[in-house]
Design a protein around this ligand. Structure first.
Ligand code: NAP
Length: 492
């Protein structure tokens, strides 16, 4: 924690969050009383400790979700929506405290944390409005005799696993539609950032969510606690946001029960700049797509593919912008680049940059860690990167922008698709025909056309290929928590 005049406010915000497990509407210690430390990535200091849940705690949380399901399923849609609406209002009122909490546990600059709180709250509001719009259909069957009725029913108790990079929004994207649909849930946040999720559980409780509907288990014995829940027939759905390797393991585990599964996994987003692009807009979009969240987003621009006619200009301007960004603790005035989440993240970025340089890349700015306390890495632009360099094929998850060039539209699209990932792509062009060629040619679940940000509570977020399946946000996001039941009606 900092020692300046703001230290007492930081301590108060951390103290204000419950540190226990939230099971069946009760806050309680972990069985055996264990705790796990939460660190401040800007200093490496311990912020606080939260309950370290056990296998028995996980089982108790699923039992609570299972017991609460029939009651919540049958609660009037308007009431479900009102809980979400109140939670939206509480979250919005408390933006400053929640943002500070997020910056302390995750590291991103305060302004970005405020942005995430607004984004996270938007899912609560959007699904508050959807809870009363869950419908089915009714038709006469082909032979004119029977009738076809479909109804949409909540899937049942869900298991949610969320990552550290967007500690609040990755929670509300699942919790919001699940509550609206009438599902109950066990949520396991990432062990590096449990505080935001615990704060969300407290808000939902205050908003009137009945005990057992949303249960939160924090633990460092992640695999041991979660595997039995995924194998348990009381669970009917698994939704995971995190890395592709862990997602693959969980898909395997969920086959046992044929669980319904949503997977929001890793990305390797290409950022395409064509020769007719508005370069001012492309630079602005690149800053957002690359530097939002310190480059630690599944949607981060991972590879810049720039037409050879504009590549030098683009690279020089991007390097100027990144080189002038202030790096530091996210709570400090003017800081635009916070620390990476841990030392392993700094090591990975260092390795990827080293590999690109060994293969001939030029470092236009950055290229090294910053300071010896906390996990800081300088915003970095690499030009002339070999297409085979690791940085073009692996998720960087840091503030590094590798640039390669292309000479034709076909080459750009082919290279953009040359990855096992398919989450998002960005493209800058003013030519309508070229824009359509790109929109139809890219193998991704999402495309930012002349914009560097795609996240929107009303839109279906998700990927194809090894970036996963299922969508979060919009009506599609609600559909993830509903089963279609068809009734064949005999009307002679
Ligand atoms: P991660 O290592 O896969 O962890 C994600 C979550 O999975 C954490 O809660 C983690 O718990 C848990 N987990 C780890 N091993 C597990 C196991 N064996 N069984 C059950 N749960 C397990 O990913 P991360 O490093 O936190 O997050 C970064 C990744 O998430 C990146 O690949 C990023 O692209 C992806 N992401 C995707 C989206 C999207 O919408 N597509 C959004 C955000 C992030 P512990 O913390 O306890 O290890």
């Amino acid at each position: 924690m900092s020692s300046g005049p703001d230290a007492s406010r930081e301590a108060a915000v951390v103290d204000g969050v419950p540190k226990q497990l939230y099971i069946g509407g009760t806050w309680r210690d972990a069985g055996g009383g264990g705790t796990l430390d939460v660190d401040d990535p800007s200093t490496g200091d311990v912020l606080c400790a939260v309950a370290d849940g056990t296998v028995a705690d996980g089982d108790a949380a699923l039992a609570a979700a299972h017991a609460a399901f029939p009651g919540w399923r049958d609660t009037a849609p308007r009431e479900r929506g009102e809980v979400l609406r109140r939670a939206f209002e509480l979250m919005t009122e408390r933006t400053d405290d929640l943002a500070l909490l997020m910056t302390l546990e995750m590291g991103k600059p305060l302004e970005e944390s405020r942005g995430e709180i607004a984004y996270a709250a938007a899912f609560l509001r959007w699904y508050a409005e959807e809870a009363v719009r869950i419908d089915g259909r009714f038709t006469t069957s082909e032979n004119g005799k029977g009738r076809i009725l479909t109804m949409r029913r909540p899937v049942g108790p869900c298991v949610f696993i969320t990552p550290w990079n967007f500690p609040m929004a990755m929670g509300t994207r699942k919790v919001g539609p699940a509550i609206a649909a009438g599902c109950t849930m066990v949520v396991k946040p990432a062990q590096q950032t449990p505080l935001s999720m615990l704060a969300l559980a407290a808000i939902l409780e205050e908003a009137g969510l009945p005990g057992g509907v949303c249960n939160v288990v924090t633990t460092h014995s992640t695999a041991e606690v979660m595997a039995p829940l995924i194998a348990d027939p009381r669970a009917r759905k698994l939704s995971f946001t995190g890395s592709t390797p862990i997602g693959k393991k969980l898909i395997e585990q969920s086959a046992e029960q044929v669980l319904r599964v949503s997977m929001e996994l890793g990305g390797n987003a290409p950022f395409l700049v064509f020769e007719d692009a508005d370069l001012d807009a492309a630079i602005e979009g690149a800053l957002l797509a690359k530097m939002r969240n310190i480059g630690e987003a599944c949607t981060s621009a991972n590879r810049f593919l720039v037409h050879e006619a504009v590549a030098d200009d683009f690279a020089r301007r991007l390097a100027h912008e990144l080189g002038s960004m202030k790096v530091g603790r996210g709570t400090e005035e003017g800081v635009r680049v916070g620390p990476l989440i841990d030392e392993a993240a700094v090591d990975k970025v260092t390795e990827l940059v080293g590999d690109a340089v060994d293969r001939g890349a030029q470092v236009l700015t950055g290229g090294e860690r910053v300071g010896d306390r906390g996990h800081f890495y300088a915003p970095t632009v690499l030009a002339g990167v070999d297409p085979d360099a690791r940085v073009n094929h692996e998720e960087i998850f840091g503030p590094v922008a590798p640039i390669t060039t292309f000479s034709s539209d076909d080459e750009a699209i082919e290279r953009a698709n040359d990855t096992e990932y398919g989450l998002v792509a960005y493209a800058y062009t003013r030519d309508l025909a070229r824009a359509f060629k790109v929109m139809e040619g890219l193998d991704t679940g999402m495309i930012g056309l002349n914009q560097g940000l795609v996240s929107n509570a009303g839109a279906p977020f998700g990927g194809v290929k090894q970036s996963g399946f299922g969508r979060e946000g919009g009506p599609e996001g609600l559909g993830e928590y509903l089963e279609t039941r068809y009734v064949a009606m005999n009307v002679p």
